[in-house]
Design a binder for this molecule. Structure first.
Ligand code: UDP
Ligand code: MG
Length: 323
């Protein structure tokens, strides 16, 4: 049998200060393993010399490969490109900033050898701000109510995927990718290992509050149409309340004649209905926008340069996604 081949996918956006360090750390771990490995850097349109760093790593390490985008397409696109270009029987996805400790690689590989298709490294929230941890645990509770698959707080992209899991993920070709949901959607046997949260050493996080909020909304609306159902219920509820109010007022008129119409009831019903309608329109808009994006069938990313090709086996996707 051929020797096992492990691919490590590293989405990198403005990580010049981290590339060499993450490569050294990975190589150190992998040298102790029996398996062959490749480290695939996906440069997501960096503007800070990340590409120069990757090129110099390529000179030192024959195991290093890269794919470089024409501009910043986002981490989801970078992960997708990594999965499409990876050659291994298992793929480990890892951040470039060393917040995903390479020292966990042996444990991830052990899970793979035990036969798991997904080995997930789950972090605790140590070092995160209180507000952020509170908001995220609230969010996970909300999102798990709203969607059909189950997401777990602290489980992110840091994971090992078997070839079967990778190929399953590549079958999902939607434009609005929400990886956390996709990992859960494909199912397959999963093992979870936990690790202490690590604070970023170099550079800054790319997640502003606004970006996180957008990501949160993506999570809720990319998986099903339950929010639309919620609008329907809100509509029914306010219609019911309005009908009840009309009936009661009419009864009053028949009994006591017309009295002076109340300012409070008028203004509150106008405001309430206006609010319900705007929220519903917004939710509807989210879905319409998504339909619009999907119908354009644009590629998820464009490759400027790369040291590797998409595997022949996945040519269907290659023809769609390659520049
Ligand atoms: N990243 C990317 N494209 C982006 C933003 C981020 O490829 O548009 C990469 C980034 O280089 C890093 C990983 O995604 O390797 C996680 O990003 P970051 O550390 O900013 O997120 P955080 O750890 O704060 O959640
Ligand atoms: Mg980070």
């Amino acid at each position: 049998m051929d020797q096992l081949m492990i691919s490590l996918v590293i989405p990198s956006y403005n990580e010049a200060g981290n590339i060499a360090a993450v490569m050294d750390a990975i190589a150190k771990e992998m040298r102790h393993q029996q398996a062959r490995f490749e480290v695939l850097f996906v440069d997501d349109g960096s503007t800070d010399g990340t590409m120069d760093e990757i090129r110099s790593v390529l000179l030192t390490y024959p195991e290093a490969e890269y794919v470089s985008f024409t501009r910043n397409f986002g981490k989801e696109a970078a992960i997708l490109a990594g999965l499409q270009h990876a050659n291994g029987q298992a793929v480990i996805i890892m951040d470039a900033d060393l917040q995903h400790p390479p020292s966990l690689i042996p444990e991830l590989l052990q899970g793979f050898e035990e036969g798991y298709h997904q080995v997930v490294a789950k972090r605790n929230r140590k070092g995160d701000s209180r507000v952020r941890s509170f908001l995220s645990s609230f969010y996970y509770r909300l999102v798990n109510q709203a969607i059909d698959v189950r997401l777990s707080n602290g489980e992110g992209d840091f994971r090992l995927l078997s070839r079967k899991a990778v190929d399953s993920l590549l079958l999902l070709s939607e434009s609005n990718r929400f990886s956390k949901g996709l990992y859960a959607w494909i199912g397959l046997e999963q093992k979870t290992i936990t690790y202490e949260n690590v604070v970023r050493q170099h550079g800054e996080t790319k997640w502003s509050f606004g970006k996180l909020l957008n990501y949160a909304i993506d999570g809720i609306v990319s998986f099903n149409t339950k929010p639309l159902r919620l609008c329907f219920y809100m509509g029914l509820l306010s219609l019911g309340a309005a009908l009840l109010y009309i009936a009661i007022t009419l009864l009053g008129i028949f009994k006591n004649g017309v009295d002076v119409p109340g300012y409070f009831t008028t203004i509150s019903s106008v405001l309430f209905l206006g609010g319900v309608q705007l929220v519903s329109l917004g939710i509807l808009g989210e879905y319409v926008g998504r339909i619009y994006n999907e119908t354009k069938k644009r590629p998820h990313y464009l490759v400027g340069q790369s040291s590797t090709e998409v595997k022949g086996k996945r040519d269907v996707h290659a023809s769609i996604h390659q520049s």
